[in-house]
Ligand binder design. Structure first.
Ligand code: ADE
Ligand code: ZN
Ligand code: ZN
Length: 265
């Protein structure tokens, strides 16, 4: 009985030291992007979105697409979160690739979901799913490793150590770098959400293909920065990359707002 209690305490302590399970752009990355998008909606778009989401904010609904991954009913949505590109691409190479792209990926599915949301005949249930998914995927493609290589699953197979905890390159960009800032998502947004109208206009007018191209170019730099098995110098890594990561969070939010304003305008 006594040993049992000691074992239980030991197990409890051991669990405390396990690294937090990674989600895609982690829970806070999605909330940060979603909250930034919310700050740039037109009144008309805000009203239309509220009619679909009810009392759920864009920040909170942003995580739905990850939370349903454990339900086999939604297994068909798995490949919608990313687009695998095998190398660093020029704009014309990417245009050619996307023109012939018939797979289920972030590019084809964002286009599909936008069309679903614009169609008058889409049912209430389908409209809710389409809105939640398009919000999530626009955010995801601003995480550079969501435009990474198929062979290493966008960096998931590049194993790294982060403060003595096993992780991987994809997860560092989804979660660990953001969690390292130790800010709530609202504190994080207050920190980074500073843009000018000229900046927002420039980001929003770029087409979806350019959002993907920018992420793909960042992914190439990120791949070059580590090799499988590395122990990451966290302070140095943070110093080198947090500016890039924060700009991607802000761009993702600003572009999501632009897209939602256009859909519901
Ligand atoms: N998550 C799971 N598989 C992935 C892949 N191939 N690319 C990017 N993200 C992923
Ligand atoms: Zn995702
Ligand atoms: Zn991810």
């Amino acid at each position: 009985m006594k040993l049992n209690l000691i074992k239980r305490i030991a197990l409890g302590l051991a669990l405390l030291y396990l690294p937090a399970q990674a989600m895609a752009w982690g829970t806070n990355g999605h909330r940060i992007c979603g909250q930034i998008a919310d700050s740039y909606l037109t009144p008309k778009a805000r009203k239309a979105i509220q009619a679909i989401l009810g009392n759920e904010s864009i920040a909170i609904t942003s995580n739905w697409a990850d939370f349903i991954k454990s339900d086999p009913k939604y297994g068909y949505l798995y490949n919608w979160h990313f687009i695998n590109l095998e190398k660093e691409m020029t704009n014309s190479e990417l245009q050619e690739h996307l023109k012939n792209d018939t797979t289920a990926d972030a590019y084809t599915k964002i286009n599909y979901l936008v069309a679903e949301l614009k169609k008058k005949t889409t049912s209430k249930a389908d409209r809710l799913l389409a809105l939640r998914m398009v919000i999530h995927i626009v955010e995801d493609i601003h995480q550079p490793m969501h435009t990474g290589h198929f062979a290493d699953k966008g960096g998931n197979d590049i194993k790294l150590t982060w403060f003595n905890n096993p992780t991987n390159l994809h997860s560092i960009w989804d979660s660990q770098l953001i969690d390292f800032q130790q800010l709530s998502y609202t504190e994080y947004v207050a920190w980074i959400n500073h843009t000018t109208l000229a900046q927002r206009n420039e980001w929003q007018k770029a087409p979806l293909s350019q959002w993907i191209l920018e992420s793909n170019h960042l992914a190439a730099k990120i791949y070059a920065g580590v090799k499988d098995g590395d122990k990451v110098n966290v302070y140095r890594y943070n110093f080198d990359y947090i500016g890039t990561l924060n700009e991607q969070l802000v761009k993702g939010g600003v572009r999501l707002a632009g897209l939602l304003n256009q859909i519901f305008g």
